[in-house]
Design a protein around this ligand. Structure first.
Ligand SMILES: [Zn+2]
Length: 139
């Protein structure tokens, strides 16, 4: 099955492209949360954030910042969300890594239904230790 984002990169599918450099391309999401909802992707096919080549990360984050600034100015909004879904469990539907930049309007009526949890005593330290063990020991 063809990757729909690679098809955009290769100009085989139409898209409203708003930014492009050697490694990165950004375009409007065709099913936007809000109008102006933009996607920033590496041109090289990689499934999720963890598989983005290290030499693409700086370009990617710089492009996310540049597009975010342009969304704010161009659409005259004061807030935006940067979202990335990684893995089916997290809601990823296109398996070519992408950041969403979503302009927010006071009147847009989008609300997150948060279900915040509370750590039991001592549990927070246990979770931190589980993560810390792997931060500096990457294979
Ligand atoms: Zn792809």
């Amino acid at each position: 099955m063809k990757c729909i984002f690679c098809e955009i990169v290769n100009r085989n599918s139409p898209a409203e492209i708003i930014f492009e450099d050697e490694k990165i391309i950004a375009f409007l999401d065709n099913k936007p949360f809000n109008f102006g909802h933009s996607l920033v992707i590496p041109k090289i096919h990689c499934e999720d954030f963890l598989s983005v080549p290290e030499d693409h990360l700086m370009n990617l984050i710089s492009a996310v910042q540049a597009v975010s600034k342009a969304v704010l100015k161009g659409l005259n909004v004061s807030g935006f969300n940067i979202i990335s879904n990684n893995g089916k469990t997290a809601g990823q539907s296109v398996f070519h890594f992408h950041f969403h930049i979503i302009p927010r309007f006071k009147s847009d009526k989008h609300k997150y239904r948060l279900n915040l949890k509370s750590y039991a005593p001592g549990e927070m330290k246990r979770f931190a230790e589980s993560i810390k063990n792997f931060v500096n020991n990457q294979e």
